[in-house]
Design a protein around this ligand. Structure first.
Ligand code: PLP
Length: 373
């Protein structure tokens, strides 16, 4: 009996354990410490920005980003519809309203051609999502944002290692956010980051992420007894230094992880050409796709539930793609967004992670081919 092929899987081992052991020896386990600082400077190099803030998760990064951009109750934020609803939720947390916009049918990120129609006098910014890690259309979005005096944010939860026209994800908007949840390309189990070239916004976000004062590490080495005061009710969105140590090891692995995922995607792409009733995801030439997930589109006549059952009984995990946000009851959104709604029903995620072997990827395609015959 073949074992089950996982949909996603982290790549972790001795390197992460050794990095954590060093943190144990240092005694600084809590967040926003020296290991976080080291992670932040290394992640800044990878994302091509001057400022990084390590956080507890991507949702926290999104929320902090919106807060420091000044988003407040009554504002509207334009959001790419097809995403894990952390994106829309983060807008709701600020008291503002997410205004969802439909997506491109090929790469599933916000359709720039539909953004202007959603702008009202209350609109303050555009929050684009790099769906499964492939960057959205930042040149077009920037033009629209500049024309209307809006800020632009990148939900790059899945985008570590991606590029857009040669520029790294993280540097494509005013602020970008990342997730290091176990299902993402690099992981500390849980974790996140905020990246930006704006030092002032970072400083404010840094203060808000540790209850409203400067992190303890900035007071290290002072000889007197500095006593910071609180002028804002901040939060605790710190990444622990234990998790930051894991992230340092994950950054060392990143090039290999990306290569492995790319090889799986290339193999799937080739095989899918000769399988009917399913189409491969589109990866555009002007951007590097990090393949956080591999999601195929089924023809409308395919019974997705039946197919999923077949795959699972043959030892292959699968899932739907991600969410059509506007259909989630929490948002009470009254416009219809047909592309996102349709793909929400027809997408199927198949195994994609950096540990897949050739034998496993062959088996995934062999079983899928038989199932769709
Ligand atoms: C995973 C994900 C998030 C949430 O990340 P957390 O680290 O779990 O908060 C947000 N946006 C997108 C697009 C995601 O895929």
């Amino acid at each position: 009996m073949n074992s089950t092929i996982a949909l996603g899987q982290p790549t972790v081992g001795d390197e992460e354990l050794q990095a954590i052991a060093k943190v144990f020896e240092s005694g600084w386990l809590s967040g926003a410490g020296p290991t976080c600082q080291e992670f932040e400077s290394r992640f800044a190099q990878i994302t091509g920005v001057s400022n990084v803030l390590a956080t507890s998760n991507c949702g926290a990064s999104l929320f902090l980003g919106l807060k420091v951009l000044g988003v407040k109750p009554g504002d509207e934020v334009i959001v790419g519809d097809y995403t894990f609803p952390a994106t829309g939720h983060s807008v709701v947390w600020t008291g503002a309203t997410p205004v969802f916009v439909d997506i491109r049918p090929d790469i599933w990120s916000i359709d720039p051609a539909q953004v202007e129609a959603a702008i009202t006098p209350r609109t303050v910014g555009i929050l684009a999502v790099d769906v499964f890690g492939q960057p959205a259309d930042y040149d077009e979005l920037r033009k629209i944002a500049d024309k209307h005096g809006l800020w632009l944010m990148e939900d790059g939860a899945c985008s570590a290692g991606a590029t857009y026209k040669g520029r790294p994800a993280g540097s494509l908007a005013d602020i970008a956010t990342f997730s290091f949840h176990g299902r993402k390309g690099i992981t500390a189990g849980e974790g996140g980051a905020l990246t930006t070239d704006n030092a002032e916004l970072t400083e404010h976000a840094r203060k808000l992420h540790t209850y409203g004062i400067a992190p303890t590490v900035t007071r290290e080495g002072s000889t007197d007894l500095p006593q910071p005061s609180f002028d804002e009710a901040g939060y605790n969105y710190r990444l622990s230094d234990v998790a930051a140590a894991m992230m340092l090891a994950q950054l060392d692995r990143l090039p290999t992880l990306l290569n492995n995922r790319r090889a799986v995607a290339a193999y799937y792409h080739e095989r899918l050409k000769s399988i009917d009733r399913v189409s491969a995801p589109v990866a555009l030439d002007d951007r590097e796709h990090p393949w956080q997930s591999y999601v195929v589109t089924l023809d409308p006549d395919v019974d997705r539930g039946q197919l999923a059952t077949y795959l699972k009984t043959h030892g292959i995990q699968c899932n739907f793609g991600t969410y059509a946000s506007h259909l989630q009851p929490v948002y009470t959104f009254d416009r219809s967004l047909p592309v996102s709604a349709d793909l929400f029903k027809r997408h199927l995620a198949i195994p994609m992670h950096a540990n897949l072997t050739e034998i496993e990827t062959e088996r995934v395609m062999d079983v899928l081919a038989v199932a769709l015959k």
